[in-house]
Design a protein around this ligand. Structure first.
Ligand code: ZN
Length: 317
């Protein structure tokens, strides 16, 4: 499977080598601000929330008392990898995870990645490893050392999956992805943490899947178990994959299609949660967010298109 996806990514690069995917000259900051203005964000780009705050939101949820009538805490973070804040103009009425949450009263806020808010220059790459690591540890790269992809994190700052289980705040967690750079490849971010969990019997399921659909299937399979993981972190890559191959831009219909893949998979994931037999007695924190944006066919840099992300949350913070 990995072999075929490598072949596919090489194949997708060929037109790029011949300049068939030209940079999107229309994707200016002014156009970006115009697009994001059409989305019902509750805050502004200037008052964007640091993505590290998600760490506190999740740990506060698990550490606060159960509301009346509830017997168990649960949480899920669904990540739309590489999803720009203006991509929320793609939200449709049906089969949309984000629309489902917003129409149910969820909040929608801008957040920023990269260590500091735009326009100050980012202090860590606007990329997958630093983005998710800041969400999961509550710290920027000055503490975690994760300035970019391909760096293995020490155990000094552990992810919420590991620390919540280790501290017995929750019983189990799962980390569901299709990217081997998280915990499988050499120099993957959480390689040591995965080994630490295995050696110490810490119940975190590190699940590497072949495709986005299979990853969503793994999340839904977990959710369907009566005793599902207390904290599920599942990343869908439709936006990042389309962006790298054809361009991160809301002018690009393939990026829109990538967003729709994520948003439909999220819808199905949320549906599975609501179908749990014990759903009414459970106190769920549900978040959809992204790790970074992108511009042209890449990300990592300081542009507004790469810097702004979003947080949809069913709980106020
Ligand atoms: Zn990427």
């Amino acid at each position: 499977m990995k072999f075929f996806s490598k072949i596919l990514s090489v194949f997708l690069m060929i037109p790029a080598l011949f300049g068939l995917y030209t940079n999107d000259a229309e994707d200016t900051e002014a156009a970006y601000r115009e697009k994001t203005a059409q989305v019902a964000y509750e805050n502004t780009i200037e008052t964007a929330i640091p993505q590290t705050e998600l760490y506190d939101i999740i740990s506060d949820h698990f550490n606060s008392p159960l509301p009346e009538g509830k017997t168990e805490k649960k949480a899920i973070v669904i990540g739309y990898d590489g999803c720009r804040a203006d991509a929320l103009t793609f939200v449709e009425d049906s089969y949309s995870g984000i629309n489902k949450m917003l129409s149910g009263g969820a909040s929608l806020n801008y957040a920023y990645c990269g260590g500091v808010n735009y326009p100050a220059e980012n202090t860590q790459d606007t990329s997958t490893a630093p983005g998710w690591c800041s969400v999961l540890t509550g710290e920027w790269a000055d503490k975690t050392g994760i300035t970019g992809n391909g760096i293995t994190k020490t155990l000094e700052y552990k992810t919420l999956m590991t620390s919540l289980v280790e501290e017995k705040v929750i019983d189990s967690a799962s980390f569901i992805t299709i990217w081997d750079g998280h915990f499988e490849a050499d120099n993957s971010t959480y390689k040591l943490e995965k080994e630490y969990c295995e050696e110490n019997g810490i119940d975190v399921d590190f699940s590497l899947n072949a495709t986005n659909t299979i990853a969503a299937g793994a999340a839904i399979k977990d959710i369907k178990k009566a005793d599902c993981s207390d904290f599920i972190f599942a990343i869908y890559e439709g936006t990042d994959g389309a962006g790298h191959a054809f361009g991160f831009s809301t002018n690009n219909p393939i990026y829109q299609a990538g967003f729709r893949v994520n948003d439909i998979l999220a819808y199905r994931t949320l549906e599975a949660i609501e179908s749990r037999e014990t759903y009414e007695s459970e106190d769920w924190l549900i978040i959809i967010t992204s790790d970074h944006g992108g511009i042209n066919t890449d990300h990592g840099g300081p542009s507004i298109q790469e810097r702004m992300v979003f947080i949809v949350s069913n709980k106020n913070f």
